[in-house]
Design a protein around this ligand. Structure first.
Ligand code: SF4
Ligand code: SF4
Length: 419
């Protein structure tokens, strides 16, 4: 995507205003406001390009309330790429009006620098794990950082004190004669859920892979989703440099959002043929966890691990952005003792959507409640998924609804079955 909003004009003009998207949009379902549905977003962006609309809060709010879940795209006859048009609108807003200092700091100072990011998370971990944050919440101090901040703080139960990259130094990475796999470490799994990253590496090594942990930074999706294309490209360039240092047949990540965005790098550089070609060479080697396992085969399960009903939640960035739908189910069905049950509306967004649950807490919780209702119907003991944002949100949902369900990454279940 380029810097000129007019580049999406043909795409917004494809919308025939049929309104079929209304029935599928989780946000329209809550607000019943035409400005929140794909037809409204496309009309807004089109009016802006045609000079009939000024940038205002009225323009900004609905655009930033979109989950970018692509449920509309999947149910749109001309397949209008509304998610792309929405990001183009956000980018125009950021270019003309700017972004809050906190977001700029996050995208330009924290995400490109894992050491600085690590210091921040460690500080937050001390606050959270010692109860200081709880005290600050009780005293109302957290509200100083934003009206929903005291509730948002509860999304994660505990923060680790040792990140995955530190733990990786003592992990076995060489599995033998299998493929060489470059493991791209997502921020969520490095800083918040390192157990998942460890499980992924263990499964790969058990399957015979030689794992190379990539010295990457954030994939850039949070910045892109917010409309800060400059920050997203800067992060992508750092990652392309890092990935080119690793001689591997496969670039693997267990984060559905990272794999989706790495595969989209060529679009990010569509105006620069040289960088686009470089991005395409890397993108063609990217695979998600189950995608890799479905091709390469699971390490032989030994029959350990969970026995009973397991269900699965499709992360939007894995299912709708990459078409990875059958592979996680195939992997789960292959685990001994697992009775796979399909969840109603398994592909409906859980409301995490990157930082949506932080920036739009109330709406995100309505979306999450519906997911919990669907989960309840399955009577499953385990809910599996493949994205850190979804994992955090779904674990929060299960705690909130007091459901006796464990939420796990597919890689954690495979590791348990094979250990
Ligand atoms: S976005 Fe697609 S489904 Fe929605 S009104 Fe336009 S053409 Fe119809
Ligand atoms: S991407 Fe999702 S939230 Fe956004 S308009 Fe489409 S269906 Fe609605």
């Amino acid at each position: 995507m380029g810097e000129d909003l007019r580049q999406v004009y043909d795409e917004v003009a494809k919308c025939n205003r049929c309104g079929f998207c209304q029935a599928h949009c989780p946000i329209f379902d809550i607000t019943k406001d035409e400005r929140n549905v794909a037809r409204g977003h496309n009309a807004h962006v089109r009016s802006l390009i045609e000079g009939e609309l000024e940038i205002s809060e009225d323009f900004k709010d609905p655009l930033f309330e979109c989950l970018l879940c692509k449920a509309c795209v999947a149910n749109c006859f001309p397949a209008v790429r509304t998610e792309r048009n929405v990001v183009a609108g956000r980018a125009e807003y950021v270019r003309r009006v700017g972004q809050p200092r906190t977001m700029r700091f996050l995208f330009h100072r924290l995400l490109p620098d894992p050491v600085r990011m690590g210091r921040f998370v460690r500080l937050a971990a001390v606050g959270k794990n010692t109860g200081i944050t709880r005290l600050a919440r009780a005293l109302g101090i957290l509200k100083w950082f934003g009206k929903d901040f005291d509730r948002v703080e509860g999304l994660v139960e505990r923060l680790p004190t040792r990140f995955f990259r530190e733990r990786a130094r003592t992990l076995r990475l060489d599995g033998g004669a299998g493929r060489t796999v470059a493991y791209f470490v997502g921020c969520g799994f490095n800083f918040v859920l390192p157990d998942v990253a460890e499980a992924t590496v263990e499964v790969l090594v058990k399957g015979g892979a030689r794992v190379r942990v990539v010295d990457n930074v954030c994939c850039g999706l949070p910045a892109y989703g917010y409309g800060d294309l400059e920050a997203a490209r800067a992060l992508a360039r750092k990652n392309m440099d890092a990935l080119e240092q690793v001689d591997a047949e496969v670039i693997l990540t267990d984060c559905g959002s990272c794999s989706a965005f790495l595969k989209e790098y060529p679009e990010l550089f569509e105006e620069s043929p040289e960088e686009r070609d470089r991005a395409s060479r890397l993108a063609s080697r990217v695979k998600g966890f189950s995608e890799y396992l479905a091709e390469d085969g699971c390490p032989s399960p030994r029959g350990h691990g969970f026995r009973g009903k397991v269900t699965y939640h499709d992360p939007c960035h894995l299912s709708r952005y990459q078409g990875v739908v059958g592979q996680p189910r195939q992997v789960l069905r292959g685990l001994p003792g697992v009775e796979y049950v399909e969840m109603p509306e398994a592909d409906r967004c859980c409301g995490a959507a990157g930082s949506y649950n932080v920036l739009h807490y109330e709406q995100s919780m309505v979306v999450l409640d519906r997911k919990m209702e669907n989960l309840r119907k399955t009577e499953a003991g385990v809910l599996a998924t493949e994205c850190p944002g979804c994992l955090i949100q779904l674990r929060y949902g299960v705690r909130r609804a007091s459901l006796p369900v464990r939420v796990a990454h597919v890689s954690e279940l495979v590791r348990e079955a094979c250990s």
